[in-house]
Design a protein around this ligand. Structure first.
Ligand code: NAP
Length: 482
């Protein structure tokens, strides 16, 4: 089945009901590859969000006390529903986001894998009995769901970024108010539809679309929301951290990145080029772990650039549903202009375009995959996230110089390095100030491992056993007079 119409809900899901905005207003959702409006979603604000929070708070009272096996079974049913609907969900994702169908299918699969992982992990969320200093006491440490969770997700991975929040939250016994990104709301709404179909009780999952400031503001102001999990830009993340202070909410923040990719002279050139391609051009460069800066050691620099040019030449732009397409459009016109301004800045400061460099003949928001050599620290993309198909290549001499340059940023999400020197691999692990490090691999995300950034790239982790911790609170109970 590939028709996604039954999964494309053009309504919000609040308290187990599909509803519109109080005002009746809607927002158009467009296909970035064609510019066509594919549907509309309610343009909601604070009032609807407050009702969603109230529904989630009411549901929490019962859902948090359900049998563990009840929640685990529901989550496994949700996994099955996602896999049974992988094709229409992928097509819906491609229609609203633009990514090639193969990448969209992969995103649905990893989303399902995250939910399965947390359904398994919750069975091992053990407490502790801590040895007491005196014989008449027993010291218990127990774990409890944190409460209503507000989840705000981005447009670049509208399905899998939700999975990493929804999986642990629902496994732990939390209930949720979800705000998907305005550009890609249908994927999140489809999750609510499938959750309803498999039997999650009303109010456990609520999805509200519309004004980010009004919905976000209501979530952040509510004392009933005990935790907020956000994936998006560092700018909005900082705003939410500030807004969390008044009600002292727990926050998990998956924010922006500025990933360095280091290739040393001893690297396997073919492997490095393959890793460079996936870490740079997947999702048209619109991933938080995308390489932003390539640092290539002098001895391998020219050969690396030549091979990268060839590999980039093999990329195929087009509508994500077309056979053989590897690159979709950028999400919107602003994203195109941002890449153009990085290119203009870099060429003014001595960079050379060796591949691509401009808008594609396909028009719209299609952009040629681009390589710039001769990059230097004065160029804007040295400090700012590109979020587009532009590979900036810097040349370096010594290991120390590359590590210093790699760390010279406020971000600390992903870093990559290609080398066969075991001593250097350990030095890189210790010295690179990044939460995710790929050694001889450009694609490292997996449900089993924690995913989180250092410095201004975030707080907390998603995935791994650590990804559950953020949804559980500890209580220490001292039992005296035993
Ligand atoms: P964004 O502009 O920060 O938006 C993210 C979400 O926040 C969207 O749902 C957006 O709503 C919402 N939002 C915007 N303003 C808000 C406000 N005042 N209050 C509450 N919510 C608000 O980021 P984006 O452009 O969608 O995503 C790209 C960014 O996400 C990049 O920086 C990327 O690195 C980062 N990212 C990080 C990770 C990670 O795991 N570390 C993963 C993926 C992406 P609207 O869409 O409706 O405006």
């Amino acid at each position: 089945m590939s028709d996604f119409s039954s999964l494309m809900k053009q309504a919000n899901y609040i308290g187990g009901k599909w509803v519109g905005a109080d005002s009746g207003k809607t927002l158009d959702v467009t296909n970035p590859a064609t510019g066509e409006v594919i549907g509309t979603v309610p343009d909601c604000g604070a009032a609807e969000t407050d009702r969603a929070i109230a529904a989630a708070a009411e549901a929490f009272a019962t859902y948090s006390r359900t049998d563990l096996s009840f929640r685990v079974d529901l989550l496994h049913k949700l996994v099955q529903a996602l896999l049974d609907n992988q094709e229409p969900l992928a097509r819906l994702l491609t229609a609203e986001q633009g990514k090639p169908l193969a990448e969209a299918r992969g995103e649905i699969a990893i989303g399902a894998a995250y939910v399965r992982w947390f359904a398994e992990e919750i069975r091992r969320a053990k407490g502790e009995i801590v040895p007491s200093p005196t014989s008449d006491r027993r010291l218990l440490v127990t774990r409890h769901p944190v409460g209503v969770v507000g989840a705000i997700t981005p447009w670049n991975f509208p399905s899998s970024m939700l999975a990493r929040k929804l999986g642990p939250a629902l496994a732990a016994g939390c209930t949720m108010v979800i705000k998907p990104a305005e550009a890609t709301p249908f994927s999140g709404l489809a999750w609510a539809k499938l959750a309803e179909d498999v039997g999650f009780p009303p109010g456990v999952i609520n999805v509200v679309t519309g004004s980010p400031a009004a919905i976000g503001g209501a979530i952040m102001a509510s004392p009933d929301v005990r935790k907020v999990t956000f994936t998006g830009s560092t700018r909005v993340g900082k705003l939410l951290i500030r807004q969390s202070a008044d009600t002292v909410k727990k926050v998990s923040m998956e924010l922006g990145g500025n990933a360095p990719f280091l290739v040393f002279d001893d690297a396997d050139l073919e492997a490095a080029v393959q890793g460079a391609m996936i870490s740079k051009f997947r999702n048209m460069g619109q991933t938080c772990v995308c390489t932003n800066r390539f640092y290539i050691q002098s001895g391998i620099h020219d050969a690396f650039v030549e091979r990268l040019k060839e590999a980039v030449g093999e990329l195929k732009l087009g509508e994500g549903t077309r056979q053989g397409v590897t690159q979709g459009p950028l999400i919107n016109e602003a994203a195109v202009q941002k890449v153009e301004s990085f290119i203009a800045d870099a060429t003014k400061k001595g960079g050379t375009i060796v591949k691509g460099g401009g808008r594609s003949d396909l028009g719209g928001t299609f952009f040629e995959p681009t390589i710039i050599t001769g990059a230097n620290g004065s160029m804007n993309f040295t400090r700012e996230e590109i979020f587009g198909p532009l590979a900036a290549i810097y040349r370096f001499g010594e290991e120390k110089e590359a590590i210093e340059a790699a760390n010279a940023t406020a971000y600390g999400l992903a870093a990559y390095a290609y080398t066969r020197d075991v001593g250097r691999i350990f030095r890189l692990n210790e010295e690179l100030e990044y939460g995710l490090i790929g050694i001889n691999s450009g694609l490292i995300t997996t449900v089993e491992a924690p995913f989180g950034g250092l410095k201004e790239s975030g707080l907390g982790n998603e995935g791994g056993s650590q990804g559950l911790e953020d949804y559980l609170e500890l209580k220490y109970v001292c039992m005296a007079g035993i």
